[in-house]
Design a binder for this molecule. Structure first.
Ligand SMILES: [Zn+2]
Length: 444
């Protein structure tokens, strides 16, 4: 059985593209955004609920609207935008339904039958649509019977009223003013000459974007239009087969840090330059902000700054990912033990901006580690994180930390601080797996 995971691959233009070409992409992105807003506005209400699935009615009505001709947008972009917006509307409704269901579950006034009925009508789109529109639901035979049976066992009028009130409370106008990119299907592009040709609003005129890699894909892509002098980014959704490694047999305890990204229980470090790079980035942001404030009057915008910031972030992320890959490759873990994130860190000693920058990266690193473990069939176990760096990994006593070292007053152990914490992570994780108190066995 070949299991797969969803993954977004990225392609980049080799350098900035000519301004005229960038403008052409921008035009598409702006129209794309306009089409989406049109769809949000026209189909975001309860009246459109019955036609959201499977969406052909919307597609036909949009064709008939004349909007596409008026904008002169190639149909491939137009329909991508329509289905993109439709997807957002559907996602939004399903959040509404989940919200109603959660609210109902917490309401002590509902009986088990009530909740059963509510779950049912929230799940069947036709029922939900009919309730919000005060009509009778049109249902296929089997489901119709089930519906009448459930409705007969409760006060359906009252419950329908509840659903309508809850839905009204969650009403929202969908809108986007971010014209930062667009989706396109194969009809809009062609790979070739170590780049990609993309259709524009001008008939038979394509923009050529040289790419840094020679890969080509046949599926719906997302093009992110850069700020001036920025690189084009193409997002490629991909199903990646989960890899399983026979030789990954180790159990590894980890400790995450702001300076060194990961330290293992064996004392090995991955991402040793994390602290240095984050610090340089934070310094740079501070400098930029200072000079921006000083020259605000003659500063037309911060596009260049944002572009450079994005590029720095990209480089940092590339580094993080490389080091995570190296960690898996070299440690060959079957199972990884990682302390849970603690609610509040100690911000006292660290400068504020730096602190937040690194907190934010912690989230990114964890997410990437999670994804990579999944891709390589490595089990990631989160362990209780409280006091994990304060306890001695040999005897469990609370020790002293000084200059990156850990000292235990009870048993005299001296160990690098992060290594000690990683050893505790492994100890706690294994104890959790084998039952409190029991001696951990060697995994076979
Ligand atoms: Zn000790």
């Amino acid at each position: 059985m070949a299991e797969t995971v969803c993954k977004t691959l990225r392609q980049y233009s080799s350098g900035a593209i000519p301004e005229a070409d960038r403008k052409k992409l921008e035009e598409i992105a702006e129209d794309y955004c306009r089409v989406k807003n049109y769809v949000y506005q026209r189909y975001g209400g309860v009246g459109s609920l019955p036609i959201l699935y499977p969406g052909y009615t919307v597609q036909n009505q949009m064709t008939g609207s004349g909007l596409r001709e008026k904008m002169g947008l190639p149909s491939v972009y137009f329909y991508c935008a329509v289905f993109d917006a439709l997807g957002d509307i559907r996602a939004w409704w399903s959040r509404v339904k989940t919200g109603i269901q959660e609210a109902a579950a917490k309401n002590p006034g509902f009986s088990a039958e009530d909740l059963h009925y509510l779950r049912f009508v929230l799940k069947v789109n036709n029922c939900f649509a009919a309730i919000l529109n005060h009509t009778e639901p049109e249902l296929p035979e089997g489901i119709g019977e089930k519906y009448r049976e459930l409705a007969g066992s409760v006060d359906a009028v009252k419950l329908d009223g509840y659903i309508r009130r809850q839905a009204r409370k969650r009403q929202k106008k969908l809108n986007t003013d971010r014209a930062e990119g667009f989706s396109m299907t194969e009809r809009a592009y062609r790979y070739g000459d170590h780049g990609i040709y993309i259709a524009t609003k001008e008939k038979r005129k394509r923009v050529f974007i040289p790419l840094t890699d020679g890969n080509s894909y046949k599926r719906q892509l997302y093009v992110r239009v850069p700020e001036p002098e920025g690189r084009v980014e193409i997002l490629v959704p991909a199903q990646v087969r989960i890899k399983s490694h026979e030789d990954y047999r180790n159990e590894t305890g980890l400790s995450m840090g702001m300076q060194v990204m990961l330290t293992t229980d064996g004392g090995r470090a991955y991402g040793e330059r994390l602290g240095e790079v984050s610090f340089r980035n934070a310094e740079w942001i501070r400098e930029q902000t200072k000079s921006y404030r000083k020259n605000r009057k003659d500063n037309p915008g911060r596009k260049k700054y944002r572009e450079q910031k994005r590029r720095r972030e990209e480089r940092l992320h590339a580094y993080i990912n490389e080091e995570l890959n190296r960690f898996l490759r070299e440690e060959k873990p079957e199972r990884v033990y990682l302390p849970k994130l603690q609610g509040k860190g100690k911000a006292g000693k660290v400068k504020k901006y730096n602190y937040y920058a690194s907190m934010w990266q912690k989230g990114y690193i964890r997410k990437r580690l999670e994804i990579k473990c999944r891709e390589h069939s490595v089990e990631l176990v989160e362990v209780f994180g409280k006091d994990i760096s304060a306890e001695c990994s040999r005897c469990g006593a609370i020790g002293k930390k000084e200059g990156g070292m850990f000292y235990c007053p009870a048993c005299g152990r001296e160990e690098e601080e992060k290594t000690n914490a990683a050893q505790n992570a492994k100890k706690r994780g294994r104890r959790g797996r084998h039952g409190e108190g029991g001696e951990p066995e060697e995994s076979s």
